[in-house]
Design a protein around this ligand. Sequence first.
Ligand SMILES: [Zn+2]
Length: 62
Amino acid sequence: MAKIKEAADRLFGRKFVCKRCKKTIKANQMKIRAKKIPCPRCGSRDFRPKKKEKRMVAGTAK
Ligand SMILES: [Zn+2]
């Protein structure tokens, strides 16, 4: 049942980059989608998901 944790990580542990000031934040994806989280630096609610994920650890992926 390790997949549940993976899915939770993917759903809730994503990083986003502010489109305006490029600040990276870690936030709940659903809240980002609902625009409930303002950027702590510039107050913008426009975020895009960060593409480069650090956890590219091979192990569970075949
Ligand atoms: Zn910002």
